[in-house]
Design a protein around this ligand. Structure first.
Ligand code: FES
Length: 162
């Protein structure tokens, strides 16, 4: 896990040429990919960019779009790669934001849902696709998104919120 985190941080920083001028954008990308910015993540960013850790923490704390808290109970990851996008991913993206009342990279205030993106998960034939926890849902439409969210919420209630 720690190794995965290091690789993710390096990959995102590289996307911005390891340029500390793009610190906020880097943190935003990491927030979307990871669901939140842990102290460990911030330390990796600071060390890689040769910035004081206190500076990176203060930047991460300043912007409300950046989340220092952990993910929600259910983590949704919508595939954002091109095949899913052209199959209607943008509509699904909007439906998820609308239904949950949050943007990508965020967690609902009740701690139930976290909305993230993912790259291709190899199910392009049934795109748009999302993962909810470890379960794959394909052929998504806004209506199907509403049904899936309602089913999961019902399942939670039936299970006593477990
Ligand atoms: S592009 Fe979305 S699953 Fe492959």
């Amino acid at each position: 896990m720690e190794k995965d985190l290091t690789v993710t941080v390096q990959r995102v920083l590289l996307r911005f040429g390891n340029d500390s001028e793009a610190l906020v954008e880097m943190l935003r990308e990491l927030n979307i990919e990871l669901g939140h910015l842990s102290m460990e993540t911030l330390a990796l960013v600071a060390d890689a960019l040769k910035l004081p850790r206190s500076h990176v923490l203060s930047v991460a704390s300043f912007y409300s779009m950046l989340d220092l808290e952990p993910r929600g109970k259910h983590v949704i990851k919508l595939c954002q790669d091109a095949p899913c996008h052209v199959a209607g991913g943008q509509e699904v993206w909007k439906a998820l934001e609308h239904e949950l009342g949050i943007g990508f990279g965020a967690t609902t205030p009740d701690g139930q849902w976290t909305l993230l993106t993912t790259s291709c998960i190899g199910a392009c034939a049934v795109g748009p696709v999302m993962l909810v926890d470890d379960e794959i849902y394909g052929n998504l439409t806004p209506e199907r998104v509403r049904q899936i969210l309602a089913q999961i919420a019902d399942r939670d209630r039936a299970g006593g919120g477990a």
